[in-house]
Ligand binder design. Structure first.
Ligand SMILES: [Zn+2]
Length: 408
């Protein structure tokens, strides 16, 4: 258990993989505020969709927000593939959230997860080479209709690509008045950069020894651009692979690179905990029971640096979440537990459950789809003794212990 009050207490919604209608976003903001959250990290761009209007580049949403039937592991292929938030919508969400004590942290992915962006503006991707099949012509990007890790990166070599990025971030900083902007930086597979003559020239000109250092160079440049505009920059922990980052950066740790995150903390860096095993609330309750999230302590890599922990956040990725009912089911109660923890108020498991019951009652007027108690995997909460009010295996559909006791 963690006994600490975090300055940053957040949750993440992924509107890129499946569009979440504005009214549903507002309802969740209201619920999050009552639970005690002070940040909403909003994942607005990815390979599978670009969801925020940028006035200077209208094709980002004309092309990037449109997607055909999509296959994400057999979930509904036709629901919420298209759509975006106008700048008016964003202003409404930001104002509503601020009224409720929540700052929205927008995430614009740099440099990867850029397929939808490059589907709209392929000229800002890397120049393709012989052997790529298109002899230096702009590669044909598309808004992707399936999940995975793709190599489509914004070109770090050409100045026009950097200006494009900075134009976008200028509109983003004007739309979101909060103290932080998230620029992603995870899972960047860099084979395009390795082959692109512009990226290679950039590396040579700046004495960068590999593509990881090129990513760091780009991230530093974007961070400096945002700093001038009064913003701190949040990145996923992979962005430390090319070297340490200065103190206008905040690292969100989800998986791997433990040593680098630890070193960052040792040097005084601020870190947001979002360990994938304990806080990814897009996972089913079978994979991450409510009790496990409640129980999760300070991760191994942060021991001894508890005072450097800046935030706690539960991200929800949207690949398998095609509709708001599913989003709410997976968020609640786990988002509420995260909020209680981040405010140092979770208490014992029983005390936590009582508070969750209270919050559910208090929020009943919103009509949200809370996961019923028997779906939280209560068996895991009691050291193997199933506390489900129903018979084992009757209510707790996904629980390992319940299904085992049904067999024995
Ligand atoms: Zn390039």
């Amino acid at each position: 258990m963690m006994n600490k009050v975090f300055p940053y207490c957040g949750f993440m919604l992924d509107s890129a993989r499946h569009f979440i209608p504005l009214e549903n976003v507002l309802k969740i903001i209201e619920a999050a505020s009552v639970c005690g959250m002070n940040r909403m990290h909003w994942h607005l761009t990815d390979d599978q969709g670009w969801r925020v209007e940028i006035r200077r580049y209208p094709k980002l949403t004309e092309v990037g927000a449109q997607r055909g039937a999509s296959c994400f592991w057999g979930e509904d292929a036709y629901e919420n593939n298209c759509g975006f938030y106008t700048q008016q919508d964003i202003k409404r969400a930001v104002a509503f959230a601020r009224e409720k004590g929540i700052e929205i942290v927008p995430e614009i992915e740099v440099p990867r997860h850029a397929s939808a962006m490059l589907a709209a503006y392929p000229e800002y991707g890397c120049r393709r080479q012989d052997g790529d099949g298109v002899n230096g012509q702009p590669y044909k990007y598309g808004v992707l209709t399936y999940a995975g890790v793709f190599p489509n990166l914004i070109c770090a070599g050409r100045d026009e690509s950097l200006r494009f990025l900075e134009d976008i971030l200028t509109e983003i900083t004007e739309l979101f008045p909060g103290p932080e902007i998230h620029i992603g930086g995870d899972e960047a597979v860099k084979q395009h950069w390795r082959r692109c003559p512009d990226c290679r020239r950039r590396m040579a000109d700046n004495g960068l020894k590999d593509v990881h250092e090129l990513q760091r160079w780009l991230v530093l440049r974007v961070g400096a651009f945002l700093k001038v505009r009064g913003k701190d920059t949040i990145v996923w922990n992979e962005s430390l692979a090319g070297g340490m980052l200065p103190d206008n950066f905040i690292v969100q740790h989800w998986l791997g690179n433990d040593g680098e995150t630890r070193e960052f903390m040792a040097r005084g860096g601020r870190v947001i905990i979002s360990d994938a095993n304990d806080y990814y609330i897009s996972r089913t309750y079978f994979a991450l029971s409510a009790h496990r999230l409640w129980r999760a302590g300070v991760p191994e890599n942060a021991r001894g640096y508890e005072d450097k922990l800046y935030g706690l956040e539960c991200p929800q990725w949207g690949e398998r979440i095609t509709n708001p009912e599913r989003m709410e089911y997976l968020l609640l109660p786990r988002m509420a537990i995260t909020a209680l923890k981040a405010n140092g108020r979770a208490g014992t498991w029983n005390a936590c459950v009582r508070q969750l019951d209270g919050l559910k009652q208090q929020l009943a007027y919103l009509g949200l789809n809370w996961a019923p108690r028997e779906d939280w995997c209560p068996a895991n909460a009691q050291d193997g003794a199933c506390s489900s009010p129903r018979k084992p295996n009757a209510g707790c559909r996904a629980c390992r212990v319940c299904s085992r006791s049904a067999i024995s």
